[in-house]
Design a protein around this ligand. Structure first.
Ligand SMILES: O=P(O)(O)OC[C@H]1O[C@H](OP(=O)(O)O)[C@H](O)[C@@H]1O
Ligand SMILES: Nc1ccnc(=O)[nH]1
Length: 511
């Protein structure tokens, strides 16, 4: 059937079209079925949404579909019903707890990249993997398939250093320091990051406060040629493009069962030769204990060995947020301050430890001291400014130029004493409820760290948002729950809380 296109200003993870009820009936498709859309010798499978009283000579086209097929308003397209993709059967197989074969995984990843699966179907798959897990061969096949369904970066200058975190600890802006430290010492570091998965900001969200993060492969090569490094969004690059589509489904669910393929595929796609992999370990994060961190490290190594990758995993302290700032703008500001002042100390120590580990992997001695020297001398700050400029941002940006949410709420200490508990996961929830990471200025500033002495009435945390309604939701959450506990004595406090039974209360998702 031939239909005229109406461009609709919406994006979706898959390709979506809108048809009038009667047109859908004529095509013999229902809500959620698939159609093939053909235009100018190219075609795509799209998922049908139906509407009442939509013009019967037209088809509503979402922006991402229009972009890929090069469709403009009023173009004529050919539309025809098609059957569900084979990969749906593969999802069913995983739901039954069965192991997937290489060719099945490739087909599934290809269908994900080609937008053939709806978010609902993808969510079922992500949830199945969350509960069923994957065996090493599946993780390996997933990683390879994610790379082979995208483009790759072929940098000539070796070695290629890289750093990646499993994520999960709030406020982890470490990459914004590690990349310039390494690049300032003459090494190549093509850092691609994802956006937030479980937290209030991912590195791509943080960097976007300072400069654009969306580039083509050719543009990335140019940025790296100029500066030795980059900090860009993996999802924009068509490097392992399945990754970002999966992350969009994982984000609202607050789960991350694909972390190994997600991370290793990105590293493989840029040709990294030496990788330091950070496993933040602590309460309220993805990895709660050192034992768990060691187990995850084993799995990473098993896959890295199959891929011939040189990997060093490190477990890092994550019992509380890194630094004080949580949320894209607050974190970008804190990273700039840290490059200038070497404060806060935990952030600087973490960045120097990771950069130092990488430097020693390529044969340098005293990597930690080298990294600290790159910070002290101002070389690392200068390098970040070069990278910001090469990515199209303002190289002279100062911490105080960064705009934060104009609505704030501060929680004060009810009592004097010592901070003995900080709830990582609840702080991430507060940041997200305030609007982060989409609202770049939204987030949480924690005024105190574990073990610090506080006086009654002293501010504990300040929440930023650009929305009063969101801030009210935050206040409500804080009425029901405490993100920071203060006790009268220094050191150990055994009683954390007398927990009230609340029959109607929903238990937050385990992350
Ligand atoms: O905390 P959540 O949102 O789960 O994890 C996602 C974050 O972890 C990784 O950090 P990096 O790129 O090594 O800095 C990802 O790229 C992303 O920025
Ligand atoms: N699943 C992931 C966790 C952390 N970083 C990523 O890029 N992906």
């Amino acid at each position: 059937m031939k239909l005229k296109t109406r461009l609709l200003p919406f994006e979706s993870a898959n390709f979506t079209v809108i048809l009038d009820h009667n047109v859908a009936k004529k095509l013999d498709v229902k809500l959620g079925d698939r159609v093939i859309v053909r235009f100018n010798g190219r075609s795509l499978t799209a998922i049908v949404n139906t509407a009442k009283d939509f013009p019967i000579d037209s088809i509503g086209i979402y922006t991402n579909l229009a972009r890929v097929l090069g469709i403009s308003e009023g173009d004529e397209v050919e539309v025809e019903a098609t059957s569900p993709p084979l990969s749906l059967q593969i999802i069913r197989k995983k739901l039954q707890g069965l192991k997937l074969e290489s060719d099945e995984i490739y087909l599934l990843v290809k269908d994900i990249v080609e937008g053939k699966l709806s978010e609902l179907e993808l969510a079922a798959f992500v949830t199945a993997v969350h509960f069923q897990g994957m065996v090493p061969s599946e993780i390996y096949d997933f990683t390879i398939s994610m790379v082979n369904t995208g483009q790759t970066l072929n940098l000539k200058k070796k070695p290629i250093l890289d750093k990646h975190s499993l994520g999960g600890v709030p406020g982890d802006k470490t990459s914004l320091l590690v990349v310039p430290i390494i690049a300032s010492l003459g090494y190549t570091i093509p850092k691609t990051s994802s956006r937030a998965i479980t937290s209030a900001a991912g590195t791509a969200d943080r960097m976007e406060v300072l400069a654009p993060v969306t580039f083509s492969i050719e543009e990335i090569e140019e940025i790296i040629h100029k500066t030795n490094g980059c900090i860009v969004w993996g999802g924009s690059l068509n490097l392992a493009p399945a990754d970002d589509i999966i992350i969009r489904v994982e984000y609202p669910l607050g789960i991350d069962p694909f972390f190994i393929p997600s991370i290793l595929a990105k590293k493989l796609a840029v040709g990294s030769t030496h990788i330091v992999l950070d496993i933040p370990t602590g309460r309220g994060t993805k990895v709660k204990t050192l034992e768990e961190a060691r187990r995850i490290s084993q799995s990473f190594h098993e896959i890295a060995k199959m891929l011939n990758m040189n990997l060093q995993t490190v477990a890092t302290y994550a019992e509380e947020p890194i630094g004080h700032a949580i949320g894209p703008a607050l974190e970008a500001r804190e990273a700039l301050q840290a490059l200038k002042t070497l404060n806060p100390p935990d952030l600087v120590d973490k960045a120097a430890s990771l950069a130092g580990t990488l430097l020693e992997m390529v044969g340098e001695k005293d990597g930690y001291e080298m990294a600290i020297e790159a910070l002290k001398s101002g070389k690392a700050e200068k390098k970040l400014r070069e990278i910001i400029e090469a990515q199209g941002g303002d190289p002279n940006i100062q911490p105080e130029d960064i705009t934060l949410g104009d609505k704030t709420y501060t929680l004060h200490a009810n009592d004097s004493g010592f901070v003995y508990y900080i709830d990582n996961s609840f702080l991430a929830t507060l940041g997200k409820t305030a609007g982060a990471p989409i609202d770049k200025g939204a987030g949480v500033y924690i005024h105190v760290k574990l073990g610090e002495k506080v006086k009654k009435g002293q501010p504990l945390i300040t929440i930023y948002s650009s929305s009063s309604a969101k801030l009210q939701l935050v206040e409500k959450l804080i009425e029901e729950n405490t993100p920071i506990l203060v006790g009268r004595t220094a050191g150990r406090r055994m009683l954390l809380e007398k927990i009230q039974y609340q029959p109607t209360r929903l238990v937050p998702l385990e992350r």
